[in-house]
Design a protein around this ligand. Structure first.
Ligand SMILES: Nc1ncnc2c1ncn2[C@@H]1O[C@H](COP(=O)(O)OP(=O)(O)OP(=O)(O)O)[C@@H](O)[C@H]1O
Length: 296
């Protein structure tokens, strides 16, 4: 199976939300990373056919998804960011409702719903109303409904948003279970989720694909650019204002230890550190982050 996004573009008035994005995907987990407004949701909505591209196309095994129509949609599972859960439904009712929308026969729907609710750990609460669920439980229900039709392409828009660390780990494991032989596209702001679960990292910035690379050794382009600087407390603000600082903590005495991202030696005595995906992300998005913090 091969999913090709060919020069996929979406324009909202003058704003180009997704700009000529070309990606070839095979089964595996693709982690989509980008700042707020980078174009992740717009891209995912076009992949799922809920938004028409301004230009470009999605192809599945060489055929235009738009031409495949229902045949393409039947292979998709989608967990949108703003997923409506119908708070007065029970989890079981909700699964059957979504199954009906997906055209699954009632008998098959009952069996599959039961299996999936068990898989996501919601069997005991399947008769409880969704309004009583925690954020993590709702997200688990969200992924269960997305895979009801056993999709070959699974699109998850920020599935770990609002989850506590324990729920996030549980959720990541669930996604890993579901991802076998599928193309999974998952967006998040949480770098560690991408690091743990993705086979390929896609980084997008201002609607453009800036990185499309296997997750192993993803941060190697940062080799020699991540520095550990130990300075006196008074010297730390000057370093913070001149360089991108990924992390800062206080040492034993009156020292401060900074993790600095810089192409050049930031100060005498700085030592290179092993780069991480988070360093790579911060390096590419440092201007967005400075704006967000109000320092630019
Ligand atoms: N329906 C729309 N009409 C006009 N502009 C839109 C519309 N949808 C998205 N945009 C704009 O397109 C850009 C990309 O938005 P998108 O929601 O795809 O980003 P994102 O990366 O998913 O962001 P977030 O992480 O905040 O969800 C933003 O500037 C957004 O304001």
């Amino acid at each position: 199976m091969e999913l090709v996004l060919n020069k996929l573009t979406k324009q909202f008035g003058r704003k180009t939300a997704v700009d000529q994005m070309t990606i070839t995907m095979k089964p595996g987990v693709y982690g989509l990373l980008g700042a707020n407004g980078a174009g992740k949701t717009t891209l995912m909505r076009m992949v799922c056919g809920v938004l028409n591209p301004t230009a470009g196309d999605v192809y599945l095994d060489g055929k235009r998804a738009a031409d495949l129509g229902e045949e393409y949609r039947s292979l998709l599972g989608y967990l949108p960011q703003d997923f409506g859960y119908y708070p007065d439904f029970t989890a079981g009712e909700f699964m059957l409702y979504v199954a009906a929308l997906k055209g699954i026969s009632p008998e098959k729907a009952r069996i599959r719903s039961k299996e999936l609710l068990a898989l996501v750990g919601l069997t005991e609460v399947s008769a409880k109303k969704i309004r009583t669920f925690s954020g993590g439980m709702k997200q688990r229900l969200g992924i269960a409904q997305a895979v009801l039709n056993d999709p070959r392409i699974l699109v998850l828009d920020e599935p770990t948003a609002g989850l506590d660390p324990k729920e996030r780990v549980h959720f990541r494991n669930l996604i890993a279970n579901f991802s076998k032989d599928k193309i999974v596209i998952l967006s998040t702001h949480i770098v560690s989720d991408i690091e743990y679960i993705s086979d390929t990292v896609l980084m997008i910035k201002d609607g453009k694909l800036i990185i499309n690379r296997p997750a192993d050794n993803i941060a190697h382009e940062m080799d020699g650019k991540v520095w550990r600087c130990v300075v006196a407390k008074e010297a730390a603000p000057a370093i913070s204002s001149s360089f991108c600082v990924a992390n800062l903590h206080h040492g034993d005495d009156d020292t401060v230890i900074l993790r600095v991202l810089s192409d050049v030696l930031p100060m005498d005595g700085a030592m290179n550190e092993i780069p991480t995906l988070e360093d790579l992300y911060l390096y590419h998005f440092q201007n967005d982050i400075a704006e967000y913090r109000g320092t630019k």
